[in-house]
Design a protein around this ligand. Structure first.
Ligand code: ATP
Length: 304
């Protein structure tokens, strides 16, 4: 019996290692510059299900050089609501994402999902709750089918195809030489930016996480791709806790709330109408980016 037990133990160790590897792979396709200094607590527990409230509680944070990028930030993202993060370049918008995805830990304070400190939960359970759609989509050198399925490895072909349909990716996939079995090539180079983004959205739909982090692309997509992607994203944010680094006016105007960051601090928050009225930093950024000529009720479709 002992002899049978030993290999089983070894096997289960291998399985744990494989799971860790899978988590890292999952992180990789979302974010490429994942620092490899992050470790899971040895007694890490599963992140328990909940409505999807994300909270930064007196977070202080600086990157390796020690300069505090975020001096002391307390901010709650309400379940099911869309919050647009707005602010000048370097104000800390992406850093908030990095902290919520636990690519870094705060130097002081805590990041919590449904009241649970991210430092105490397993990476795998955290990844299941969060989806990130960014400007760069990492694609593996394999088929389209597997590139979507990696968001939820146990998904059936039908589920992958349903997600691709919902992401408006099905038609372009079917037009490829081998459909879903088409090899995307080294890093997906032969797909366009818009197509890669649709694959990323299909993954998000397949993963069905209740927290969505969205870094809006300003990349040069053609107008019809932009519109299709915008509509799809609008649909998938419904009922999810969405935090969006917003570049498009339409997104900013549709958000439930806007948080304006400067030097890692909240300088204003409210709806677009309230912030325009206030005439502060948001008004200034808005005037710079959108010419100040577009009124909220007439310019909802304009892009940055
Ligand atoms: P942008 O709109 O230009 O993307 P942002 O508001 O997202 O800017 P962050 O990317 O969060 O701003 O950057 C905040 C500050 O942290 C900046 O001063 C930036 O130089 C610094 N920073 C960001 N990422 C890193 C990193 N990996 N290492 C060191 N410093 C970083």
């Amino acid at each position: 019996l002992l002899m049978a037990y030993e290999p089983a133990k070894r096997l289960s160790r291998i399985r744990i290692q494989a799971e860790n590897l899978m988590t890292r792979v999952q992180l990789m396709f979302d974010i490429l510059d994942q620092p490899d200094t992050m470790l899971e607590a040895p007694d890490a527990v599963e992140l328990q299900p909940g409505p999807g409230e994300v909270r930064l509680d007196h977070v202080r944070f600086g990157y390796r050089d020690g300069r505090p990028v975020i001096p002391d930030l307390t901010l709650t993202f309400e379940p099911g609501k869309t919050t647009a993060l707005v602010g000048p370049s370097g104000s800390g918008k992406s850093t908030v994402f990095n902290l919520v995805m636990r690519l870094y830990d705060p130097d002081a304070g805590a990041v919590l999902i449904d009241g649970q400190d991210l430092r105490r939960v397993t990476f795998a359970s955290l990844r299941r709750r969060i989806s990130f759609v960014g400007q760069d989509t990492f694609l593996f050198s394999t088929t389209i089918m597997e590139n979507i399925r990696c968001a939820r490895p146990e998904a059936t072909d039908d589920e992958v195809i349903a997600a691709a349909r919902a992401a408006h990716a099905h038609d372009f996939i079917m037009a490829l030489p081998d459909g879903y079995q088409t090899q995307v090539g080294e890093r997906g180079n032969f797909l366009s930016g818009g197509q890669r983004q649709r694959i990323s959205i299909a993954r998000t739909i397949l993963r069905d996480a209740e927290i969505l982090l969205l870094d809006e692309a300003t990349s040069a997509l053609d107008a019809s791709s932009e519109a299709a992607i915008r509509d799809t994203l609008q649909e998938i944010t419904q009922g999810r806790t969405t935090i969006v680094i917003a570049h498009r006016l339409s997104t900013i105007l549709q958000a439930d709330r806007i948080v304006v960051l400067n030097d890692g601090q909240i300088v204003e928050y409210g709806t677009a109408a309230e912030l325009l009225e206030r005439g502060g930093l948001f008004r200034q950024l808005y005037d710079q980016q959108f010419g100040g000529m577009i009124l909220p009720d007439s310019g909802a479709g304009d892009d940055l």
